[in-house]
Design a protein around this ligand. Structure first.
Ligand code: 5GP
Ligand code: ZN
Length: 113
């Protein structure tokens, strides 16, 4: 999508600190980190949110979850981490391109809501 900030990052039109890339997945450091490690993992194909995942595009989501342990290992997250996706208004999603937050490097707060 032309006006999507993450599509622009994937295309290199907006700079990002890339940590992982494959044919279908791109991962980069969050510009406003909420933990010592805070990485965003996105499908290269524009999927608006978790609510837009279908049988046709879910292979990209599987590829993201295959990438996560590799990224976590490369980041030294040996003691665990958290993966989050915010969806829609109530989920406080701000960027409308599906992304998973990988957070770690400290003991994270227990509460999720
Ligand atoms: P959401 O609230 O939609 O789940 O998360 C969007 C995330 O994208 C936020 O954590 C925000 O800091 C991050 N973000 C927004 N714009 C940019 C950007 O231009 N570059 C990077 N690296 N992260 C961004
Ligand atoms: Zn997009």
């Amino acid at each position: 999508m032309t006006d999507c900030i993450f599509c622009k990052i994937i295309k290199g039109e907006i700079p990002s600190a890339k940590v992982f890339e494959s044919e279908t997945v791109y991962a980069f450091r969050d510009i406003n980190p909420m933990a010592p490690t805070h990485i965003l993992i996105v499908p290269k194909a524009h999927i608006p949110s978790a609510d837009g995942v279908t049988a046709e595009n879910s292979s990209a989501v599987a590829a993201i979850f295959e990438a996560i342990p590799q990224i976590a290992k490369a980041e030294g997250l040996t003691n665990g981490y958290r993966v989050i996706t915010n969806c829609g208004e109530d989920g406080c999603q701000t960027v409308k391109h599906l992304h998973f937050h990988l957070l770690g490097g400290k003991k994270l707060p227990e509460s999720m809501a």
